[in-house]
Design a binder for this molecule. Structure first.
Ligand SMILES: CC(C)(COP(=O)(O)OP(=O)(O)OC[C@H]1O[C@@H](n2cnc3c(N)ncnc32)[C@H](O)[C@@H]1OP(=O)(O)O)[C@@H](O)C(=O)NCCC(=O)NCCS
Length: 446
């Protein structure tokens, strides 16, 4: 597997398909600021955002150059240097149940210009990136989606859920454990200098999280434009445990809607321990004059309500699908995680794009580790004696992605007729096997 996705050429099949419609598919040289700036502006326009400032382009140029940055150009348009479509990808580290880490082909910046939509450009790019990832032996692909209707056709399905959490501070009485450490206000630059190490530890605890890149912290901490209104409004604090070791970082800003309604918006929250989690929440909730605290992209099984005397002080909204998973190699993917119980299960996987199709045997040992073998390269060829005696789940590759992190039970997917099992006992077994130690959760959009 390559560690540097930028070195891989663009997919030849997609290059030919796009060339047949007069378009040129290629890689952007991310050391060339002019070329990168044109691509960056196209990406922003594609998401209906404004023209990027030179300051933002500088920050993106510095922070995102490590990504495989691809574009599609139409040489017949007046501004031909600006691509009409964009995608960027990189090999991320995805935390899976165990916890353990698996390399994942992260896909971002999928845009097609309004002048060029609905003529197959996105399909060429998405399929091309999947072929490139599979050729590089990356076992699965991941993304977060602007709309839930786009990516199922390429074999992705939602594997985690997020929600917005809002706390009515006037109802808050802390009733949880007493944190053993202390919170200190620190300047954003100081928080930034320690957050990478803290975040690296934190994301490795939680299935569904991915490793972070520096620019994302700069955004959260207001450091891309520190003198802007937003930059100056950001406050940052650090949590040190009883030994004085930093175990958490938070960034937030106060939004005054009128003098009686002040909302505290959480921009960043990282805690490596339950103690740091409680300490940082207690700190946020202790802001006098603040009426509510709002945090986006939180896990659906946060312990926060259980730390308060009135758990209904916490309300949830915007409960949505978040991380989408597309399995390319079922063996490497399934062997990367730990399972909730021992057992043997055959998976008959269909895949319209062919990558993951076949019948696979998952055998989980008592310690939760798995070995996986391909029984057949076609899904329904399980007619040998061992296959007949093995509990069998039949599912499209999308739904393998859905259950992989333990975020949705096979029983629920079967109730919606999205997967099928040869018996109710098989479904119960699949539920036990794919159970994770906690609800998988990704806390950033990418
Ligand atoms: C979403 C987007 C990338 C699609 O690009 P496109 O080149 O028009 O897509 P294609 O012509 O290749 O369409 C491929 C398939 O997706 C479908 N599709 C395209 N956009 C869709 C959308 N927004 N919702 C649902 N389906 C969509 C097409 O109908 C087509 O279906 P089919 O091949 O199964 O018949 C483009 O509309 C866009 O840039 N949107 C704004 C930015 C955005 O939301 N990007 C996604 C980021 S996660």
């Amino acid at each position: 597997m390559t560690a540097d996705a930028r070195l891989l050429p663009v997919d030849s099949e997609s290059t030919a398909a796009l060339a047949a419609t007069g378009l040129r598919y290629g890689l952007v040289d991310t050391t060339d600021r002019t070329a990168f700036a044109a691509w960056d502006q196209a990406d922003s326009r594609g998401f209906h955002e404004g023209r990027l400032s030179e300051q933002t382009i500088d920050a993106n140029f510095a922070n995102l150059a490590y990504r495989r940055t691809t574009g599609v150009w139409d040489d017949t348009i007046p501004d031909a240097a600006v691509p009409v479509a964009t995608v960027s990808t990189w090999v991320a580290e995805l935390t899976v149940p165990g916890p353990a880490i698996v390399p994942a082909w992260a896909v971002s910046s999928v845009t097609v210009a309004a002048t060029h939509r609905r003529r197959g450009i996105a399909r060429a790019l998405m399929e091309g990136e999947l072929r490139t990832a599979a050729a590089a032996d990356v076992p699965l692909a991941i993304l977060t989606a602007s709309e839930a209707t786009i990516y199922g056709r390429y074999g992705y399905a939602p594997a985690t859920t997020v929600a917005t959490l809002e706390v009515d501070r006037r109802r808050v009485t802390w009733a949880g454990l007493t944190p053993t450490g202390r919170v200190h206000f620190v300047e954003p630059a100081s928080a930034r200098s320690i957050v990478e190490e803290i975040s690296a530890r934190a994301v490795r605890r939680i299935p569904g999280e991915i490793d972070r890149w520096g620019g994302r912290f700069d955004q959260h901490f207001g450091l891309i434009a520190p003198d802007s209104d937003r930059g100056r409004s950001i406050r940052t604090a650090r949590y040190d445990d009883a030994d004085g070791t930093a175990q958490g970082v938070v960034a937030f800003r106060l939004v005054e809607q009128d003098p009686d309604i002040i909302r505290l918006e959480v921009e960043h929250f990282t805690a490596t321990t339950d103690d740091a989690y409680a300490g940082l929440w207690k700190f946020l909730l202790e802001h006098d004059l603040v009426t509510s605290i709002r945090a986006r992209h939180r896990s659906i099984d946060e312990p926060l309500p259980l730390l308060l005397a009135d758990r209904r002080a916490v309300r949830w909204s915007e409960v949505e699908d978040f991380l989408w998973v597309r399995v390319l190699d079922p063996i490497a993917t399934l062997e990367s995680r730990r399972y909730g119980s021992a057992g043997r299960l055959d998976l008959e996987i269909t895949d319209a794009l062919g990558f993951a199709a076949g019948r696979f045997r998952l055998e989980v040992a008592a310690d939760g580790s798995a070995s996986v073998t391909r029984v057949s390269s076609v899904p329904d060829a399980g007619t040998d004696a061992a296959a007949a005696a093995t509990a069998t789940l039949s599912l499209p590759v999308n739904q393998l992605g859905a259950i992989f992190l333990g975020g949705i039970r096979p029983t629920v997917l079967a109730a919606a007729a999205l997967i099928a099992a040869d018996s109710p006992e098989t479904l119960a077994l699949a539920d036990r096997l794919f159970a994770a130690e906690r609800a998988p959760h990704l806390s950033i959009v990418f």
